[in-house]
Design a protein around this ligand. Structure first.
Ligand code: MOS
Length: 726
């Protein structure tokens, strides 16, 4: 069914199970080690072999020869499969760079061989014995490439133009023209990319760690030239993704190749040191932001020019998009330019676009507020808009950004802040407070589910939805419980199988709203069948509550309805109409307090607060976990995360968790999250939006603005490492 009208009264309004905090229903399985992740799957028949991947040692060029004799003769080795043994494998449209096959190298650590052996150690040892000869040349220096770019459109592609920016900017009473830089970043999810593959009668089964089961199934079918129904994908548990597991990657391809050649199940995990260069990353950006305003603080002109590293045909970072819609202003100009490098493929990382774009925009807003002599909270509030500034005919479906600002300022005691930068000192520490706005689009994707009411009045919910650690299992169970008037523990949820109804998968913070809409749709169908069995053709006249179903003056236990045979309903919810009619997004105000050491320049975060407007919150516990996780990633983006390009050798030099520094517990202080009690009937039947990427969007800028307030030093290049503070 299609979601065509803003949601009206429906069973999920009761909010008896939805809207309440519940720990994750699969949590105990994970904490006791009984939830088996892809690499650990024990239910694969046959003795497993282990594949170890070999990555290219150059950034770009050609393999001249590979000598595998020593590896083949090494103990325990069953197969050595090299990229020279086959043409480039066909690619699904989601994959930009080649995953395997052929002699051409497009990026460092591109997979060029897999050694399959009895044990991990034997496979790894043999892989190191392969001798490779290359011819190489590369360009991985972003500054050099940008300067010498042959692209005639040096000003960048115009994404949108409204009014006359140049004129309005020239005439504005107060102006800002500032440049910002954000580095390349890596997802660094806890569980690496990992797969077990098995072939039986020409059919392929892959237990893998993916955010998108149906995409992975299609991509494997394309790669191995199979019909989609001959590929089974199972991704029941996933240890994080952050956008790095949206696409088929080399682990699954190498496992499938190894299993095909040896006739045994083969498992392959990408070793951590290979992940940075072998998989995708968030691209580096330069951004120029110009804002012109009147003395009253109203923005008259705003321009955002983005420049991102990329590969041909790739998905570099677009840091400009949110600036098109977030703040008012009659004259606007947004441009984006991509520069191709011989680096690994850039692609989605948590809040692609906003993730990097708001790191710049929200510092620019802070700088502009200071120039105007205005409180940054007031400056943002005065430039709020309830309609798309690019198209005033198109309204935001539901936007309470000003409430986020006001409630945040109050909860954070913003009024007590010291306004003069560098003026508050405690011992060796300078103390500062900063804030930022948060904006992230609320995308949705068509999502299906199958719901079965069993004779024991228990309900099974199935979908190929993934739970990447976010709480999908739990909120889908809550949705079914609410729709059918059952307690949460009467619902069983099975996810991640390609033989289940196709769902939205997890990405772009679309999972929560989309996947629960699929469950809602399937439950509506189930309610119709229940009504029919009650001899009532109108499911709306049905009440399901406390395990009982009431129709007219008749009340019977739900179990009795199913005793005549279990009922299965499958349905999906499609979106589109309302997404065109309205601008649907999520909003936040982030606040941060930091301490900066006067001698070393070290920045310590002392407390953070995010106030979020994301429609109905389905589960305040799992939603809060998503937001604080985003805020932690924002702290990492502000203070430590960057992949360093070795332009000499053409690779990301810091390719493990020792060299790529994500925040650890000791870096994270008291975090507070407040959800506004809003509902957005245009967003989904549950009047809910996602929060998985809202927490990171803008969070880093709040830290940067607090560091400025502490020290009076304005940094425009992330991360804010101590060398830049001195
Ligand atoms: Mo998200 S970065 O689209 O998984």
């Amino acid at each position: 069914m299609e979601f065509l009208q803003p949601a009206t009264a429906n069973p999920t309004d009761r909010q008896q199970v939805l809207g309440h905090a519940h720990p994750r229903i699969e949590g105990a399985l994970k904490t006791t080690g009984t939830a088996h992740y892809a690499y650990e799957r024990q239910d694969v028949t046959g003795l497993q072999l282990v594949g170890y991947p070999l990555g290219a040692g150059i950034a770009k060029g050609r393999i001249l020869s590979m000598d595998t004799a020593a590896a083949e003769a090494a103990p325990g080795v069953h197969a050595v499969i090299t990229t020279l043994q086959m043409d480039p494998l066909p690619k699904h449209k989601n994959n930009i760079a080649d995953l395997f096959g052929g002699s051409r190298i497009h990026h460092y650590h591109q997979a060029i061989a897999v050694v399959v052996a009895e044990s991990f150690e034997q496979a790894r040892a043999a892989a190191q014995m392969i001798e490779v000869e290359y011819r190489a040349s590369h360009l991985t220096d972003f500054d050099l490439a940008a300067a010498h770019d042959k692209n005639p459109d040096k000003a960048g592609k115009t994404l949108s133009r409204v009014g006359d920016f140049d004129k309005a900017f020239a005439e504005a009473e107060v102006t800002l023209d500032a440049h910002y830089r954000t580095p390349a970043q890596s997802h660094c999810m806890m569980e690496p990319h990992a797969s077990i593959a098995e072939w039986r009668d020409g059919k392929l089964t892959v237990w893998t760690s993916t955010q998108m089961v149906a995409w992975t199934q299609k991509a494997l079918a394309r790669t191995f030239q199979l019909a989609a129904e001959d590929v089974r994908v199972d991704s029941a548990y996933i240890g994080g993704g952050f956008g790095g597991k949206l696409w088929l990657r080399a682990d699954a391809v190498l496992a499938a190749l190894g299993a095909r050649q040896t006739g045994r199940p083969v498992r392959v995990a990408l070793p951590r040191p290979l992940m940075m260069n072998n998989t995708t990353h968030r691209a580096e950006t330069y951004q120029r932001i110009r804002i012109g305003a009147g003395r009253d603080g109203r923005i008259a002109a705003i321009a955002h020019d983005g420049l991102s590293s990329n590969i041909p045909g790739g998905h570099g970072e677009n840091p400009v998009d949110q600036t098109r819609h977030f703040y008012a202003g009659a004259n606007r100009l947004m441009t984006l330019r991509m520069v191709n490098l011989d680096l690994p493929e850039p692609n989605s990382m948590r809040a692609p676009g906003e993730g990097a774009g708001m790191m710049a925009l929200e510092v620019a807003m802070d700088e502009m507020a200071e120039k105007l002599g205005m409180d940054p909270v007031e400056f943002r509030a005065i430039n709020d808009t309830q309609v798309d500034p690019e198209n005033p005919e198109r309204a935001f479906s539901d936007r309470h950004f000003v409430r986020c600002l006001r409630e945040g300022a109050s909860a954070f005691a913003w009024a007590d802040r010291n306004i003069v930068p560098g003026a508050r000192r405690e011992g060796m520490w300078l103390i500062g407070q900063g804030m930022s706005g948060g904006y992230r689009k609320a995308a949705v994707m068509k999502s299906g589910a199958r719901v079965t009411l069993r004779a024991d009045a228990r309900v099974l919910v199935e979908a190929d939805m993934t739970d990447i650690g976010t709480g999908s299992y739990t909120i889908m169970a809550q949705t079914a419980a609410e729709m059918l008037g059952l307690p949460l523990d009467a619902i069983e949820v099975r996810l991640g199988g390609s033989d289940m109804p196709v769902s939205s998968g997890s990405g772009g913070q679309w999972g929560a709203a989309s996947a629960t809409a699929g469950v809602y749709a399937a439950c509506l169908c189930l309610r119709e069948e229940i009504a029919r069995r009650m001899g009532n053709s109108d499911p709306a006249a049905l009440t399901l509550s406390d395990g009982q179903v009431t129709s007219g003056d008749k009340t019977v236990p739900l179990a009795q309805i199913a005793s005549a045979g279990e009922i299965t309903s499958e349905e999906s919810m499609g979106f589109g109409a309302l997404q065109k009619e309205y601008l649907i997004a999520t909003f936040a105000a982030h606040f941060a307090e930091v301490a900066v050491h006067v001698a070393t320049g070290e920045i310590r975060v002392r407390r953070t607060l995010s106030v979020c407007d994301a429609g109905r919150i389905m589960n305040p516990m799992t939603a809060r976990s998503q937001v604080i996780g985003g805020m932690v990633m924002g702290i990492g983006a502000a203070l430590s995360e960057q992949i360093e390009v070795d332009t000499g050798r053409g690779f990301f030099a810091n390719h493990d968790l020792a060299g790529y520094e994500v925040p650890v517990h000791a870096d994270i202080p008291d975090q507070q999250v407040i959800f506004l009690d809003t509902e957005d009937p245009a967003a989904s039947p549950l009047k809910a939006k996602g929060v998985g990427e809202l927490g990171i969007s803008g969070a880093a800028a709040a830290i940067a603005n607090a560091a400025y307030n502490a020290t009076g030093i304005r940094l425009r290049s992330y991360p804010l490492t101590l060398d830049k503070m001195l």
